[in-house]
Design a protein around this ligand. Sequence first.
Ligand SMILES: [Zn+2]
Length: 284
Amino acid sequence: MISMSAVARPVRAEASPDALARFIDRHPRLFVLTGAGCSTASGIPDYRDAAGEWKRRQPITYQDFVTHDRSRQRYWARSLAGFRRLRTARPNDAHHALAALERRGHVAGLVTQNVDGLHQAAGSQEVIDLHGRIDTVRCLACGRRSSREHLQVELERRNPAFAALEAVEAPDGDADLDGVPFDQFDIPACDQCHGMLKPDVVFFGEGVPPERVQTAMATIEVSDGMLVIGSSLMVYSGYRFVKAMAEAGKPIAAVNLGRTRADDLLTLKITDECAAALRVIHCS
Ligand SMILES: [Zn+2]
């Protein structure tokens, strides 16, 4: 009879919170990558379910936004409602734990796929907003950046019929609104050059600015381990850092409720809510 211990097992096993605490202690220069799962406890919904599949229809693409008036009108009409929740969101215990980890000198850098600014709100200093920030708007013609809050006031002033509508929000400030005549939505242009305004976030079909990727890759070089928090890593923009870390032979721990695209590259995997798993940071 073959004993169970003789059966080959995967290198990575489901780990306990204590294992995460030990991982953090052993790697004083962590490269942290965070995704939507880090912000769900702040009331910002996730795009994907535990199996990594879309929970709702796929978000707008860059090409669609810049090419079609109707798509742009639909985006801003939904965003008018979606932004209301985003701007009142507050950091949760996961953001606070990561800020505390940085204060203890444990974080070489934090790259977030989220656009909500909640890491900075919690006090994290070394943050790379890989996909930009939803509280900022950029003119596609002159490049000028301006406040989304300011645009919100202008959008509501021009579109009073839409301002009262409630909607179901998505993580990028987009939202679902049905049965609404989007072609009547009035979008302001850039104050300076009358160019097209776009949220200063990376849309699907749009590349991450190369300098952000270079800064993140440079951080990987000085890091001794990686912590992935609340990302399924389905999007290449985040997955590439896990790949680079693995290629450098450095260990990777991940906290995520579902599977990740990099499960086979992980040293340690914790299947849990981000805030719950990161409680060990305050205890250690
Ligand atoms: Zn402009």
